[in-house]
Design a protein. Structure first.
Length: 121
C-alpha cells in the first residue's frame, strides 16, 4: 500500500495543491479602463513581497485549466470580469471554494450592477 492509499481524500488533494504555483493575488479583468488600476496593483504588490496573477481574455481559458488541475493557486481573488464575460465564471466558481479571501464576489457584483436593486431594495 503506498502512502496516498492510507491518506483521506482531503489530505491527498492538499498534497497535490502543495506543488502548485502559488500567487498571493489573482485579478480577473477585461475592461480596458481598468488597466491603470491593475497597473497600480501590479506595481505595489512586489514592494510588500506579494505576487500577482492577471487573468485576462487572452489567458482565461488556459488558466481555468491550470486552476482546476491544481497547477496554480490564488490566495486572494478580485473579480472584475465575470459580469461581462462568461468565460470567467469557472474561475469565479473555483475561487469561491479555494481562495482565502474573495473580493467583489460575483453575486454581489451582479447585484451592484443592477441600479434598481441597489436603490430600491
Amino acid at each position: 500500500m503506498n502512502e496516498h492509499e492510507q491518506l483521506p481524500p482531503l489530505l491527498i488533494a492538499h498534497d497535490e495543491t502543495a506543488a502548485a504555483q502559488n500567487y498571493d493575488m489573482g485579478i480577473a479583468w477585461n475592461w480596458e479602463y481598468d488597466a491603470d488600476f491593475i497597473k497600480l496593483i501590479e506595481n505595489s504588490l512586489p514592494a510588500h513581497g506579494l505576487s500577482l496573477l492577471q487573468i485576462t481574455p487572452d489567458n482565461v481559458d488556459a488558466l481555468v485549466d491550470e486552476l482546476y488541475r491544481q497547477k496554480i493557486h490564488l490566495n486572494v481573488f478580485l473579480d472584475r470580469a465575470s459580469e461581462d464575460d462568461p468565460r470567467f465564471i469557472p474561475i469565479v466558481r473555483w475561487a469561491c471554494t479555494h481562495c482565502s479571501y474573495f473580493i467583489n464576489r460575483h453575486e454581489w457584483a451582479i447585484h451592484s450592477c443592477d441600479k434598481t436593486a441597489m436603490h430600491y431594495t
